[in-house]
Ligand binder design. Sequence first.
Ligand code: FES
Length: 96
Amino acid sequence: MAKSYEEVQAITKVGTGCGHCVEGTKQLVNELIIRKKIDENQIVCGCFKITAGDIVTAVKNGAKSFEEVQAVTKVGTGCGHCVEGNKALVDYLLKK
Ligand code: FES
């Protein structure tokens, strides 16, 4: 399974013509990737072995921002490599 917009682009060529659809399809692909992560309950922060389920639980328990999720779970406070991806995940969950 493709794990990024660029991989989807390489397979389907979406957005490689005029480019007008890039933003919309990027959003769609990111949402599908995030949903899949939630379904699979994958580790989303290797430093602390935090799963997507832990992030979902933090939001369900009332966290209203990435910083609040971080305070509860420690997500992204190690190497920091997962911060951007998990910010997108938290944003997605807060909009639901
Ligand atoms: S992988 Fe999340 S802080 Fe390192």
